[in-house]
Write a protein that binds this ligand. Structure first.
Ligand SMILES: Nc1nc2c(ncn2[C@@H]2O[C@H](COP(=O)(O)OP(=O)(O)OP(=O)(O)O)[C@@H](O)[C@H]2O)c(=O)[nH]1
Length: 299
C-alpha cells in the first residue's frame, strides 16, 4: 500500500465522527479520554509532537516500548522508541487514502481486544494527522528548488544558522562551499533554456553522487550551488571541492557544452557571523573565476 502524497489528500473525503462512534461511546470513560486526545492532537500541526501525544495515549492501552510512523513526508519515532518482542502494524486509512503506516512494539502481546482499542484510538488521529501531513509537505516544498529537488536558498540560510550555532556550542566546525558553473549562459543562449535546465539537473545529480550527506547540498537559482560541510568533512573541504569540479568536468552534458565549475570555500572562524562566512566563500569563488575558472579557491 503506497502512502498518499499531498495532491492525493482531498478534503471531500472527510468522514463524519458521528459515523465512527455512537453517543454512548462518547459519554463513556474511554470516549472522553479519546476526546481529550483529539483535543490535544488538534493543538499541533507537528508530526513528531502528534506522534508523541498518540504514543502516550496508546501506552495507556498497552505498555509500549516504541511507536513508529512512516509517511510520505518522512519517518518518525516516538521518543525513546526501541524494538521489543511483539510488534503490531497498522495502516492509518482515511477512506481509501493511506495516510501512514504505524508500528507498535511491546513486550506484551497484542491481543484482539488491545488491537481493537488501538484501532479506535487511531481513528481519533486521522484528521489531525492529515492536517499535519499537508502542513509538513508545504513546508518541505517551500524549502526546495523545484528544478533539481535540492534545498533552496532559504533552506541553506536556516541550515547555515543552525550549523554555526551547533559549532559554537560544541566547539565544532563548519564550512561553506559555493560552486558556480562556468560558461553556462552560452548554453541557454545557443541551445535554449531546456538544454540549460538539463545541465543544471545533471550537475545536481553529479554533485549529489559525489557528496556523502544529501541534505547539505543546495541550489540558489541560476547556476549557483552550495554545500554546507560540518564535522570531519570540514578538514577535507578543499579535497571535496576538487572532487566536485572533477565530477562536473566528467559529466556528459557539461563536456558537450564546455561547461565547467569554479568553487570558493570558507571555513567558519570562531565568532564569525553567517553572513561574513558566506561573503568569504563568495570572495573565494570570484578569485577562482578570476584565476581562470574550473578551479577551487579557499578563503
Ligand atoms: N536554464 C536555466 N537558466 C537559468 C536558470 N536560472 C538562471 N539561469 C541563467 O543562468 C545564467 C547565469 O549567468 P552567469 O553565471 O553570469 O553565466 P556564465 O556564463 O556561467 O558566467 P561565468 O560564471 O562568468 O562563467 C543566466 O543566463 C541566467 O538566465 C534556470 O533555472 N534555468
Amino acid at each position: 500500500m503506497s502512502l498518499c502524497l499531498l495532491s492525493e489528500i482531498s478534503l471531500p473525503h472527510a468522514l463524519s465522527y458521528a459515523a465512527i462512534a455512537t453517543d454512548e461511546y462518547w459519554h463513556s470513560g474511554e470516549g472522553q479520554e479519546h476526546q481529550t486526545l483529539l483535543a490535544q492532537l488538534q493543538t499541533s500541526l507537528d508530526l513528531q509532537e502528534q506522534l508523541q501525544l498518540f504514543a502516550m495515549a496508546a501506552g495507556n492501552i498497552l505498555p509500549l516500548s516504541g511507536v513508529e510512523l512512516q509517511t510520505a513526508v518522512g519517518e518518525f519515532q516516538a521518543a525513546g522508541s526501541a524494538q521489543a518482542r511483539y510488534q503490531q502494524r497498522s495502516l492509518l486509512m482515511l477512506k481509501d487514502q493511506c495516510l501512514a503506516k504505524l508500528q507498535y512494539c511491546s513486550d506484551q502481546p497484542f491481543t484482539p481486544l488491545v488491537c481493537k482499542k488501538l484501532q479506535v484510538l487511531e481513528v481519533e488521529w486521522l484528521y489531525p494527522l492529515r492536517n499535519a501531513l499537508i502542513v509538513t509537505r508545504l513546508q518541505q516544498m517551500a524549502l526546495k528548488d523545484t528544478l533539481t529537488g535540492l534545498g533552496n536558498r532559504r533552506f541553506f540560510d536556516d541550515s547555515l544558522d543552525k550549523a554555526i550555532q551547533l559549532s559554537k556550542r560544541t566547539q565544532g566546525q563548519c564550512a561553506v562551499l559555493l560552486l558556480d558553473l562556468d560558461n553556462f549562459k552560452q548554453v541557454n543562449d545557443r541551445f535554449g533554456h531546456t538544454a540549460g535546465d538539463d545541465i543544471l539537473i545533471a550537475v545536481a545529480s553529479a554533485m549529489h553522487s559525489t557528496l556523502r550527506a544529501t541534505d547539505s547540498l543546495f541550489r540558489f537559482g541560476g547556476d549557483e550551488f552550495a554545500v554546507l560541510l560540518t564535522g570531519d568533512d570540514v578538514t577535507s573541504s578543499e579535497l571535496i571541492g576538487r572532487r566536485l569540479v572533477k565530477a562536473i568536468l566528467r559529466q556528459h552534458f557539461c563536456q558537450q557544452h564546455q561547461v565547467t565549475a569554479s568553487v570558493g570555500i570558507a571555513r567558519w572562524q570562531t565568532n564569525q557571523s553567517a553572513s561574513d562566512l558566506f561573503t568569504a566563500a563568495d570572495k573565494a569563488l570570484y578569485q577562482a573565476k578570476d584565476a581562470g575558472k574550473n578551479r577551487v579557491r579557499q578563503a
